[in-house]
Design a protein around this ligand. Structure first.
Ligand SMILES: CC(=O)CC(=O)SCCNC(=O)CCNC(=O)[C@H](O)C(C)(C)COP(=O)(O)OP(=O)(O)OC[C@H]1O[C@@H](n2cnc3c(N)ncnc32)[C@H](O)[C@@H]1OP(=O)(O)O
Ligand SMILES: NC(=O)C1=CN([C@@H]2O[C@H](COP(=O)(O)OP(=O)(O)OC[C@H]3O[C@@H](n4cnc5c(N)ncnc54)[C@H](OP(=O)(O)O)[C@@H]3O)[C@@H](O)[C@H]2O)C=CC1
Length: 283
């Protein structure tokens, strides 16, 4: 099975990064989102990232231009009709994702693999919305995608061995490291990371320390590159809340209850860096 044409759905922080790394590895990439404005924002981010690489002498101007020429923004989900692989990176919501997968299943060629970049939702349930569950798989990139080496690969209950191997090899072509994990809520990455972030939010909520102090403790004391509250803002507080809710519901264990302060911020529209305000304020 040869993967040449890829479609990335959702041009947000993750989708833009995923489209960038596929295009840099030589794939033809369609980038789809609901509105032209989101596509433009995604393409701008990619251009900015590539320009920074050129300024640092890590990429030639020609390589940048070739990479950009392989990226094709579109608002039409029907553009899936001639691609070999879809990587979905839309909002972390099961209803929205299953509706999209059912539609993709109708429109995509028979051989097309449908991958999801979900950070916590069960792949088996997403796959069940299609008539090709053996061709549905989790391909979980980390943020920022151009920098982070890991891709968690998650098999659904029905994912075929052939599809798993194709995605495993494709990940290596992207110069990333695939790690196989089982299909449980939050997989490995967010099963471990998100309760830590949620606990940091509780620590703030209970007045144990200021946000700056909490971040400093984890940065200077544990050598984390970012403190947990800065990281939550970076990931997106809506995404953090969705992940905690998936863990809470999926395991039925109250140790995963989302902190009320996290809920409050999301309700206020303080979603972190992407909206200019979360625990911190951004220019
Ligand atoms: C929620 C989920 O489902 C899973 C997740 O993704 S959880 C989130 C996982 N990610 C993390 O934990 C990130 C933690 N933070 C970090 O690793 C670092 O702070 C960081 C890599 C983001 C920035 O590193 P830094 O040393 O502070 O900054 P800086 O020196 O400016 O950047 C290092 C490199 O990253 C690049 N970079 C930084 N931010 C970037 C971005 N948003 N997009 C693309 N490239 C970026 C820089 O250009 C630089 O590249 P070169 O090495 O080629 O010069
Ligand atoms: N943020 C992170 O650190 C990580 C996130 N993830 C996962 O990646 C996915 C995307 O997250 P992220 O990029 O941060 O989110 P963003 O909010 O930055 O981007 C999501 C994008 O998808 C668009 N979208 C929503 N619904 C549809 C649809 N039906 N069709 C096409 N586009 C749609 C959104 O548009 P609109 O604004 O109109 O809704 C938005 O532009 C989530 O599943 C998340 O859990 C995985 C790893 C890390």
């Amino acid at each position: 099975m040869e993967m040449k044409k890829v479609m990335v759905i959702g041009a947000g922080q993750m989708g833009a990064g995923i489209a960038q790394v596929f295009a840099m590895a030589g794939y033809e990439v369609k980038l789809q989102d609901l509105q032209e404005a989101f596509l433009q924002r995604g393409m701008k981010t990619i251009e900015k990232n590539l320009n920074r690489q050129v300024e640092k002498g890590k990429l030639s101007g020609e390589e940048r231009d070739q990479t950009l020429s392989r990226l094709h923004p579109t608002v039409e989900v029907e553009a899936v009709k001639d691609v070999d692989l879809v990587v979905e990176a839309i909002v972390e919501n099961m209803d929205v994702k299953t509706k999209l997968f059912a539609k993709l299943d109708e429109l995509a060629p028979e051989h097309t693999i449908l991958a999801s970049n979900t950070s916590s939702l069960p792949i088996t349930e997403i796959a069940a919305a299609t008539k090709r569950p053996e061709q549905v798989i989790g391909m979980h990139f980390m943020n920022p995608v151009p920098v982070m080496k890991l891709v968690e690969i998650i098999r659904g209950l029905a994912t075929s061995e052939e599809v798993y191997q194709v995605i495993y090899e494709t990940t290596k072509v992207l110069n990333k490291v695939p790690v196989e994990v089982n299909d449980f809520p939050g997989f490995v990455s967010n099963r471990i990371l998100m309760p830590m972030i949620n606990e940091a939010i509780y620590t703030l909520y209970e007045g144990v320390a200021t946000k700056e102090a909490i971040d400093d403790v984890m940065k200077l004391g544990m050598n984390h590159p970012m403190g947990p509250l800065t990281l939550a803002d970076f990931i997106g507080l809506d995404t953090c809340l969705y992940i905690m809710e998936t863990l809470h519901e999926g395991f039925g264990d109250d140790k995963y209850r989302p902190c009320p302060l996290l809920r409050k911020y999301v309700k206020a529209g303080w979603l972190g860096k992407k909206t200019g305000r979360g625990f911190y304020v951004y220019e």
